[in-house]
Design a protein around this ligand. Structure first.
Ligand code: GLY
Ligand code: MN
Ligand code: MN
Length: 362
């Protein structure tokens, strides 16, 4: 039996819920994949304290059987309402009109909520963060998948560095990266690759375009793959276009960002709060006079989503927390540097998953 399902069933008892509905529509909710293994885009799970059902349509019957063996398949018939089949699953599970059935308030639209309220024969209760909280801490299997994703992503970076030339466009460089991610096993990008050259490198989430790279300029490459199994990688490296020495101030900024990245990594440990982790890099950069140019957080949780759920305010890091370490300095009109690694918290500190060298040698 699936350990995540078992854990959720224990949580249901503790929360005094008889069941929980977990819906994904066009892939908008990764909790379905996390709980069941079903990787299709449209389904509803009904998890009771003892049983589990997957309600989906004919496009997915075969996949649901294969990928979600712990869930009994309830087939949506063409022309029927999905909520009728949710009721069918509820009666198979022995639930009644007085059963308390949770639904994920963070993913159910007001419209679907109203339809369910009218159609579903149970007492519906909004819930938040139940499965998201489980997803914060990765198990061994998830870490193995992330390790592999990051190994491939690091290899892609190494392969593209020698291709960087003056005259190449941001889009062309992005294509070289995306093509290699797919070639080495990714099924998609985890987000559209960010290639930011010259002054564009001062825009943290620049929209990659047709600007041509010039000799000596910085080029930020921020990219990641989505791999079979559903896990994401997310790496950033800043390179310099060959043919001219980079500006001395760029070199200075680069070294500061790299040291800030390393300083945060060194301090990372079980029990640490997010704000203290962020502060290590922020203080390092501020002490060297660039505090106002580090304009975003140090990183984020990583998993099935590139920005995976995490209660940053409240939950200290545990063994299995996977986060990014991505300080940056951005000077408008001049340029910027970001260096990003994916890191897993371990009992003794942290393991870097994105081992891509070279860091830039000047
Ligand atoms: N590429 C998105 C991020 O690094 O957060
Ligand atoms: Mn990131
Ligand atoms: Mn990134």
């Amino acid at each position: 039996m699936n350990a995540r399902l078992k854990k959720l069933q224990q949580i249901l008892s503790k929360e005094k819920l008889d069941a929980l509905l977990v819906r994904t529509f066009e892939g908008d909710n990764h909790n379905v994949l996390y709980l069941s293994g079903f990787s299709g885009t449209t389904a509803v799970l009904l998890v009771t304290r003892k049983k589990a059902y997957i309600i989906t349509d004919a496009r997915y019957f075969a996949r649901a059987k294969e990928e979600a063996p712990d869930f009994k398949l309830v087939k949506v018939q063409r022309g029927n309402k999905v909520s009728d089949h949710i009721n069918e699953a509820m009666s198979l599970a022995g639930l009644s009109k007085s059963s308390k059935v949770g639904f994920e308030a963070g993913t159910i639209s007001v419209h679907v909520g109203k339809v369910w309220d009218k159609d579903i024969k149970a007492k519906l209760v909004p819930t938040v963060h139940i499965i998201e909280r489980m997803r914060q801490f990765k198990d061994e299997d998830e870490i193995a998948q992330l390790r592999k994703a990051c190994r491939i992503t690091s290899k892609v970076y190494k392969e593209v560095v020698p291709l960087i030339k003056p005259g190449m466009t941001e889009n062309e460089l992005g294509f070289e990266i995306d093509m290699r991610l797919r070639k080495h096993g990714a099924i998609n990008n985890s987000f559209p690759s960010i290639i930011a050259s010259g002054p564009n490198s001062a825009v943290p989430h620049h929209a990659t375009g047709d600007r041509k790279l010039k000799a000596g300029e910085p080029v930020i490459m921020d990219f990641g793959g989505l791999f079979p199994g559903g896990y994401c990688s997310d790496i950033t490296r800043t390179a310099f276009v060959p043919g001219k020495k980079p500006h001395p101030k760029m070199v200075e900024i680069y070294k500061i960002v790299l040291e800030a990245n390393k300083a945060a990594l060194k301090e990372l440990s079980v029990g640490m709060m997010w704000r203290d982790y962020d502060k290590v890099a922020r203080d390092y950069i501020a002490d060297l006079g660039y505090g106002e140019y580090f304009i975003h957080g140090l990183g984020h949780s990583l998993g099935l989503l590139v920005h995976d759920p995490y209660n940053y305010e409240k939950d200290p890091f545990e063994v299995g927390t996977v986060i990014t370490d991505e300080p940056g300095i951005y000077i408008e009109g001049f340029g910027g540097v970001r260096i990003e690694d994916d890191v897993v918290v371990t009992a003794t500190g942290a393991e870097v998953l994105t081992k891509a060298a070279p860091y830039w040698q000047f």
